[in-house]
Design a protein around this ligand. Sequence first.
Ligand code: NAD
Ligand code: ZN
Length: 356
Amino acid sequence: MTPQDNLAAVLYGIEDLRLERRPTPIPQDHQVLLKIATVGICGSDVHFLVNGRIGSYVLEKPMIIGHEASGTVLEVGKNVTNLKPGDRVAIEPGVGCRTCSFCKKGKYHLCSDMIFCASPPYDGNLCRYYVHDADFCFKLPDNVSLEEGTLIEPLAVGVHACKRAKVRFGDVVLILGAGPIGLVTLLAAKAMGATKTIITDLVGGRLDKAKELGVDYTLKIEKNMTEVEIVSKIEELLQEAPDVSLECTGVEQCVRVALEATKTGGVVTLVGLGKFELTLPLENAILREVDIRGVFRYNNDYPAAIEMVKTGKVDLKPLITYHFRIEDSGKAFHMAKTGEGNPIKILIHPNPDDYY
Ligand code: NAD
Ligand code: ZN
């Protein structure tokens, strides 16, 4: 029996988030119908709420918001063999076209025709019932909760960033920015073998969270610090230069510091999204062969991210700081926007029986 009451959080325009009932979608043959458990708020969701756009992605018609989600399978299409009703899954929100050269080579995250949740014009999954392609739903092991399943999405970004940087056992790793993405990148780097880690941020509370997650050193950046001071403090704390730097702020100063601080022959990966036109000290990339690598979401990284949580190599639970019902989505987004209460990850529960 298909459930009927599909309450959804729909973004109509700038600062115009409304609750409305949408028809419950019907899965196609290769899809599953999911009862959504929890949905995390990401900076990009807030960006759409505040600005109505991210770059060339412009909100032109009402869109269900949300893309970090987990849920329980209610129905499966007739061609689905990997899942059955009752399975709990993490949802990978972007599905490529499956036919372009990127999709065919397995680099589906670079597909220009990707359908991605809550990336206009496509609806997201902050709603009670949602359909998704079954092969982009990953079954959660019994010891991984649905709430942790929601955080597989950001963790997959961290895993992808560390794979792009080729983090391996024994590496000294610098992470710039201790927001949710910097923190999951820290967790992924440690799980992938980083033996000495340092993280920077402007906000003490975020560095405290990084300490709770096991970072070795923290550096609080003060507004008046010069880049030379920041680089020398990093080296002083580590007693050496980092092999890998993972930039998770999008701030020009941090990209510059990453390039200056990284060991000769090392790697800088750029995860943070800020201004795309920057002035950078490229002599580090040229004369010291510090490689610069971009990171775009994830690509076949969900299985590894789930395995990290299943085996206890990564604990995502300390990142979850607040819970809201879908009816209080406005309050949840207000908190995410203002940072009041120092949230790291805010989870919204669309179904009343999943909220306690
Ligand atoms: P966030 O805004 O919560 O975290 C950024 C952190 O950087 C904050 O804690 C902030 O205090 C800190 N910061 C700002 N200026 C700093 C400075 N000068 N020095 C040190 N720290 C500084 O954002 P988030 O959700 O953690 O995401 C981080 C970035 O990653 C964002 O730019 C986001 O758009 C981007 N992102 C990229 C991808 C991708 O696929 N490339 C995916 C997800 C998010
Ligand atoms: Zn494609």
